[in-house]
Write a protein that binds this ligand. Structure first.
Ligand SMILES: [Fe+2]
Ligand SMILES: [Fe+2]
Length: 278
């Protein structure tokens, strides 16, 4: 399957309020140099959903060099401000980010159709309200958008909470109703992008490539440096490259390869390994 190269920069867990300004500047420099087809911002833009944090997030988004699709994370809800959390949970998100958190958002670029959904919830029937959930209405919305995609378009789903965990992240939990989501998206989506765990990894689940990015610019590290992913698709080959912040700049460190078997059906390709520094 031929096609133009596609490059998606995947960022997550910016956590303005706990961000490192020098890392944020280095990230913007790296993205401007990369010039990606599109940028996926996978939630947790703020630490406590404060006004100043949203203003800083907005200024960062305004500096991005490519079309960006932005979804909320659990930290973009008022945390312990319970009254606000229940009566006007997304007021600041709407004001500063400008999208409807209850509707799917889309981004189209050359050869890509990406759909973003909000998996953060103001409460849940469990003690850990940081856990997210996807519902049947959201899945139907994704599929309706995909029906409008070109036959060769890469179909991307962007959400904050993960559809895949590694042993290091098992206590965090998958996004609620992940099994239903994977069944509905099977052979309909190519790539599922997320954050929340603050660890970068990727693999294939039910024929879809799942890629998670770490915390791009915050000090809330979980044993890995700040990072972001560059996902490159050329024909039937897809590479997830994780770039770590090395104290000065973002450098390619890990690369995993995936190969298309058929339309919207992927498998693990050549073994991944250390990347040649970019
Ligand atoms: Fe986070
Ligand atoms: Fe999160």
């Amino acid at each position: 399957m031929a096609g133009q190269p596609i490059r998606i920069a995947q960022l997550s867990d910016l956590h303005f309020g706990r961000h490192l300004p020098s890392v944020a500047d280095a990230l913007l420099d790296s993205l401007r140099e990369l010039g990606p087809t599109m940028i996926a911002v996978c939630g947790d833009l703020t630490q406590r959903a404060r006004e100043g944090e949203f203003r800083a997030a907005r200024a960062f988004l305004d500096g991005l060099p490519s079309p960006a699709l932005v979804v909320p994370g659990n930290h973009d809800l008022p945390g312990w401000r319970i009254w606000s959390r229940f009566t006007r949970p997304w007021r600041r998100w709407r004001r500063h980010i400008g999208t409807d958190p209850h509707a799917a958002v889309t981004c189209t670029a050359d050869g890509v159709l990406a759909v973003g959904i909000n998996t953060a919830r103001k409460w849940g029937l469990h003690p850990d309200w940081s856990r997210g959930r996807v519902n049947a209405r959201q899945l139907a919305g994704i599929l309706a958008e995909f029906d409008r995609a070109g036959p060769a378009d890469l179909r991307v789903v962007i959400a904050h909470h993960p559809f895949l965990l590694t042993p290091a992240g098992l206590r965090r939990g998958l996004v609620g109703r992940s099994a239903l989501a994977l069944r509905r998206l099977h052979r309909r989506a190519d790539l599922l992008l997320g954050g929340h765990i603050h660890l970068a990894y990727s693999d294939v689940v039910d024929g879809m490539v799942v890629a998670q990015s770490g915390t791009a610019i915050s000090d809330r590290l979980k044993g890995e440096p700040n990072s972001y992913n560059v996902i490159e698709v050329i024909g039937d080959d897809l590479t997830v490259e994780t770039r770590h912040f090395d104290g000065t700049t973002f450098t390619a460190m890990i690369r995993h390869h995936y190969r298309r078997r058929d339309r919207h059906d992927w498998q693990v390709g050549d073994p991944g390994g250390p990347a040649t520094p970019a």
